[in-house]
Design a protein around this ligand. Structure first.
Ligand SMILES: [Zn+2]
Ligand SMILES: [Zn+2]
Length: 200
């Protein structure tokens, strides 16, 4: 027997999935597909989030897996403009029942402290936090609007991607040279001194 639901969500978060129908037996699953407008405090989505999720009773937990797609607004580290960054994420997280956890275990730590996802006695599972964490983990450390971003003019601050500002700026130092002062700091003092003052 297989429970399948494919409802279309258009509500805002929190998304609450009633998993009562799959809890009676391991192997049962339900599916949720659609799009929803999410607003997280630390992630700015510029599009509704498209999701295709499956919730499976795997015996000791409910496995959430599936895909999530959206777009997030990031700030380019080079030209400082905001740009849209597409998200295509695969989720794979287990949710434990807080009811069972309370009964069976002598846990000193709460599920939150253990970074475990849970659902409660109401049998409503919310994937929001798992989605949020997955988005954060998949954002680039150094966002760039494009691999060929020209950055800002060091003289007038104009965004060089938007055209020539007309400034005459000396040719930029090659990327390696920018790190030269740092390398000199890291190098053993003796070595860098010898290099700077070679003996005749
Ligand atoms: Zn840029
Ligand atoms: Zn300029």
């Amino acid at each position: 027997m297989c429970h399948q639901f494919a409802e279309v969500f258009q509500e805002a978060i929190p998304m609450k999935i009633d998993i009562t129908s799959i809890l009676s037996e391991a192997g049962l699953h339900l599916e949720q597909k659609g799009s929803a407008t999410f607003s997280f405090s630390d992630v700015h989505l510029t599009k509704p989030l498209e999701f295709d999720l499956r919730f499976t009773n795997i015996g000791n937990a409910v496995l959430l897996d599936g895909t999530v797609e959206s777009e997030v607004s990031l700030n380019c580290g080079s030209c400082l403009s905001d740009f849209a960054y597409p998200l295509h994420l695969e989720l794979n997280e287990e949710f434990l029942s807080t009811y069972d956890a309370k009964r069976g275990a002598e846990e000193d730590m709460t599920p939150e402290e253990l970074s475990i996802f849970t659902y409660g006695d109401d049998r409503l599972l919310s994937p929001d936090e798992a989605i949020r964490q997955s988005i954060l983990l998949n954002l680039p450390m150094q966002p760039f609007c494009s691999p060929s971003c020209k950055g800002l003019c060091p003289a007038c601050g104009a965004n060089r991607n938007e055209g020539e500002c007309g400034c005459t700026v000396e040719k930029e130092e090659p990327v390696e040279d920018r790190w030269a002062p740092l390398k000199a700091l890291k190098a053993p003092t003796g070595t860098s001194k010898r290099r700077r003052n070679p003996r005749a």
